[in-house]
Design a protein around this ligand. Sequence first.
Ligand SMILES: NC(=O)c1ccc[n+]([C@@H]2O[C@H](COP(=O)([O-])OP(=O)(O)OC[C@H]3O[C@@H](n4cnc5c(N)ncnc54)[C@H](O)[C@@H]3O)[C@@H](O)[C@H]2O)c1
Length: 284
Amino acid sequence: MTIKRVGIVGSGIMGAGIAETAAVNGFEVIVRSRSQSTADGMVARVEKSLAKQVDKGKLEAPDRDAALGRVTAVSDLGELAACDLVIESVVEDLAVKKHLFSELDRICGDSTLIATNTSTLPVVELAMETGRPEKVCGIHFFNPAPVMTLVEVVRPLTASDATIASARAFAEACGKTPVEVKDQAGFIVNALLFPYLNNAVRLLENGVATREDIDTAMKGGCGFPMGPFALLDLVGLDTSLAILDALYDEFHDPNYSAAPLLRRMVVAELLGRKSGRGFYDYRK
Ligand SMILES: NC(=O)c1ccc[n+]([C@@H]2O[C@H](COP(=O)([O-])OP(=O)(O)OC[C@H]3O[C@@H](n4cnc5c(N)ncnc54)[C@H](O)[C@@H]3O)[C@@H](O)[C@H]2O)c1
């Protein structure tokens, strides 16, 4: 099917990034958050991000204005009824996402595809909350969504070929490179990335080196653009912990068993950039 109107549910880091990506690439975007003020705040973040691109000469001012003109902020889920595609990007919590999928199924037109941006959770469980499991898949963007070129298209057992083809076409129309992956925790990237990030926290816990030196080592020694602690702060420590817990639940592999320090930092609300402090301090 041809996708023109896209609904985004969730106004966090990823929701705003996906909304910006879709709007810049010509889609009509409706962003939905639980309150109108957070939905408006999301559009304000998109505006700020686009302004930076204009300043850097990467985007023309009329294109920015056209992209912003395609974005509408709403708080009522019912406003998503006529979307061709809805992408759910709320907190990484299976119970919350399941509830949302059953609501979206009730509200959206029969032809609407419903996708999740989950990093690890079983997409089939979300599909089975709906009366249209063949029209549900994962469309997993990376952070920051406007910059990262990959999209993992996640195929649950229930998805039709037409749904996967539409998801791939949408990712390509957003200027991304899609890869298709089975519905297994962590998909490709996080299944490989998170044991590394978790083991970095263990190195720190064991006093092997400082966080700065571990980050410096992985940048200089492996050519990574950022070290593991800067990356954990960017992803969000709560999201990272949820990813590790979901991986551990699926595989019971000790590599996925979250380092105690990570769990305690989440309890202490040291969540990374989004809360101002994580492994590093961003309050200035
Ligand atoms: N952070 C990353 O690097 C990253 C990358 C790819 C995918 N993801 C996935 O994207 C999704 C969102 O992650 P994020 O990083 O944007 O998180 P975030 O913490 O920045 O935002 C989470 C959003 O969920 C909303 N929310 C919280 N509880 C809710 C509830 N009960 N009902 C409805 N909404 C609720 C919050 O208000 C917020 O808007 C998650 O599934 C995550 O795994 C995250």
